[in-house]
Each structure stands twice: as structure tokens, then as C-alpha cells.
Design a binder for this molecule. Sequence first.
Ligand SMILES: C[S@@+](CC[C@H](N)C(=O)[O-])C[C@H]1O[C@@H](n2cnc3c(N)ncnc32)[C@H](O)[C@@H]1O
Length: 265
Amino acid sequence: MPHEQDEKRTSLLIGVGVGPGDPELLTLQALRTLRDADLVVVPVRDDLDEVGHAEAVVRAHLSPGGSDSNDTARIVRAPFALTDRSGLSERRTRAWETAARVVLDAFADGAATVAFATIGDPNVYSTFSYLAATVREARPDIQIRTVPGITAMQALAAASGTVLCEGSEPLVLFPALGGPSAIDEVLQHHALAGATVVAYKGGRHWPELRKVLAAHGRLSSAVVGSHLGRHDQAVHEAVEVDGEIPYLSTVIAPSRRTTRGGKLA
Ligand SMILES: C[S@@+](CC[C@H](N)C(=O)[O-])C[C@H]1O[C@@H](n2cnc3c(N)ncnc32)[C@H](O)[C@@H]1O
């Protein structure tokens, strides 16, 4: 653990999880970090000029023209290739470097603490890890921390009244980006047969995912949540949902449970 006096001299980059979208699902530590930071960087789509999901949560807590510790003037947008689906592409790499440059310039201009707001948790499928790696490469002396955030998976569990896991049940979170066989592999993995399965990033692949869930007898108890915490939030039983669903959608297929406490080891 660094000594407190060392911390004061050190440039600090903090990945702040701002939750899935509902401004009330922001922790007190996240709020304090956003208020105390010299700069709050928010990821936005590089192909759109609009307020992003994380920025909307941040703006709900900082006011325009507020006091020094509570103003929106400290918000800086960093464009990310959020819609790029072509792997480690040139566009993605350029975006990480541009965002890292925003952070590095802020430190060069005298900032002591830069916060990077990201939806959900910064350690779960977040752009923050790529940004942090890029900044670390350029300036290994910069300290990097994270403030945990409430994940979309937790928000959907609460909104749909779904228990994520009990007793000895595994909990599997996977990105449903592959085709049906990749999804099928997750569901039929023997060690995971009794697991609750959560799918992220599967909006476009929902029709395939739906079929695979049905084939494994997991569709009837599954739930789908889109745009959780936002004004257009939609939470449905999975059997009711057909066709493509938005990118910001989460699917939970809960473990099969028959008796209370039946999965206790
Ligand atoms: C890049 S990952 C971000 C995950 C996020 N860091 C977390 O901890 O939940 C994006 C995926 O998270 C899920 N997600 C994030 N926010 C969501 C929301 N508001 N509603 C539904 N799903 C969401 C979706 O599956 C989406 O495709």
C-alpha cells in the first residue's frame, strides 16, 4: 500500500463505475471521486455527437455552473470506437490512444486526479481497462485505481426479481458475440450445467441465443433487460422477446431450482 504522502504527489487515474444508467445506482465513493477529480473523462461514440450513457449519469450529479467541486465544466469527452466489431482494429487502437492523450495532457497541465466514468463496473468488459493499459505504457508512474460500480447483471436481477446464484451454483457471465455453436458450448459445458448464465453484448445475436436457450430448456425461466436504468428501460420474460434487441441488453438464464436451499453444499 502506498504511503498517504506519496499518494499526494502522484498522478492518479481512477476508473469509476457509474452503474448501468439509473443515476441513483451510483455509490457514494463514486460520487465523491467524480466531485473531487480535476477532470472527469467520459467515453462517447466516435460516430455520434451526443451524450453517452456514462456521461448522462455523471451529468445527473454535477450541475452546470455549480461550485468548483460540483460543476460540469470538468467533463471531457473521449471518443471510443464503441460500435466497432472488428476486433483489435486500427480504429479501436487509435481511439484508445486519443483517449489516453486526453488523460496524459490533463496530467501534463497540472491535474492531480483524473476520473474516467464507465457504465457498470470498470473491471467488467469496460473500455477503462484498455485506456488504463495505454496510459500505463506511456507513463508507468501514474497510479491507477478503480471504484466499483453496480453491473447491468445486478440491475437486471433486481428489476426482474431474479436470484442470480444460491448455494453451490456457479454464475457464468459471457459475451454472446459468437454464433450459435459458441453460445451452445457455454450452455452445455458439463461444469456449468447447473449454472446461472448471464449474457452480455448479445443484442444482435438474440435470435440465436434464444434458440439455444430453448434447446437447453432454459428459455422459459430466462429474463431480458434492455436500457436498464434509463427512461426506456424494458424488462421482459425471454419467451416474450423476438427479433434483435438493443446492444445495451442483458440476458439472465437462472439455474434450475426445485427446493428451497436445494443447492446448499
Ligand atoms: C461493454 S459491456 C459493459 C459492461 C459493464 N461494465 C457492466 O459492468 O455491466 C456492455 C454490455 O453490458 C450490458 N449492459 C450495460 N449497461 C446496460 C444497461 N443499461 N442495460 C442492459 N444491459 C446493459 C449489455 O449486455 C452490453 O452489451
